[in-house]
Design a binder for this molecule. Structure first.
Ligand SMILES: C[S@@+](CC[C@H](N)C(=O)[O-])C[C@H]1O[C@@H](n2cnc3c(N)ncnc32)[C@H](O)[C@@H]1O
Length: 211
């Protein structure tokens, strides 16, 4: 008997050879490989990007580059993905991967704290994907919001946090608290419309309707 997750994977377009290679490398060389988006979410991110056809995309939390690769596929010709990763030990791998994947000209890698680096951009983005430290989600949202064009989209990953958002939250569980705070902030934000997609670990899709 298949699990629902396996059934969904069986009925979603398979990873290309670049992503198969990346998944394998991530499994072999990192301690928490399941952090990467994976086949189904990766394809959804690619589709969102293709539908929006953004001039530029902002990402917080690159990890090994899986979501960056998927998102980059929908960029307008000449468009750029700015992706921010705090762990400098991933830099060599990421540069190598973007080159191997043939997307070095489309991707600008920033090493540092996304919450801070975001404030430095002197232009706005059509799309953002937030997937960094869950405790910082409210801060990322606040800083990213200012950098998104009206009509643009913000996607935020792991907003169901293994279903912990609907359980009794432990006093010291700052991760679940960060995510729940973000979900409430978005839901009460009159400047946006939003839909919480219960795909994988939950993706909050936010459309900015005013500054
Ligand atoms: C869940 S992983 C990202 C997975 C990736 N987006 C994907 O789908 O393949 C989260 C990443 O965010 C990074 N990170 C954590 N805090 C960050 C911050 N403040 N700024 C930028 N990156 C951060 C972590 O080092 C980790 O690599």
């Amino acid at each position: 008997m298949l699990t629902l997750e396996e059934y969904v994977e069986n009925h979603t377009t398979k990873e290309d050879e670049v992503l198969v290679w990346l998944r394998r490398k991530t499994n072999l060389t990192t301690t928490m490989p399941r952090q990467l988006s994976g086949q189904v979410q990766g394809k959804l991110l690619e589709f969102f990007s293709r539908m929006i056809a953004p001039e530029n995309i902002l990402e917080i939390g690159t990890f090994t580059g899986y979501s960056a690769y998927c998102l980059s596929k929908g960029l307008k010709p000449g468009g750029k993905l700015h992706t921010i990763e705090i762990k400098d030990e991933l830099e060599d791998h990421l540069k190598d991967f973007f080159s191997r994947a043939g997307i070095s000209d489309k991707v600008v890698l920033h090493i540092g704290d996304g919450a801070e680096i975001v404030k430095e951009f002197g232009f706005k983005f059509d799309m953002a994907f937030i997937d960094g430290d869950k405790r910082q989600y409210p801060l990322y949202y606040e800083n990213v919001f200012d950098k998104i064009n009206v009509g643009g989209y913000i996607l935020i990953d792991n907003v169901l946090w293994y279903d912990k958002v609907v359980s009794q939250v432990k006093e010291n569980d700052t991760y679940t608290k960060g995510i729940m705070a973000l979900n409430d902030i978005v839901e009460n934000d009159k400047r946006v419309e939003n839909v919480l997609l219960p795909l994988r670990d939950g993706i909050m899709v936010v459309r900015k309707i005013s500054d």
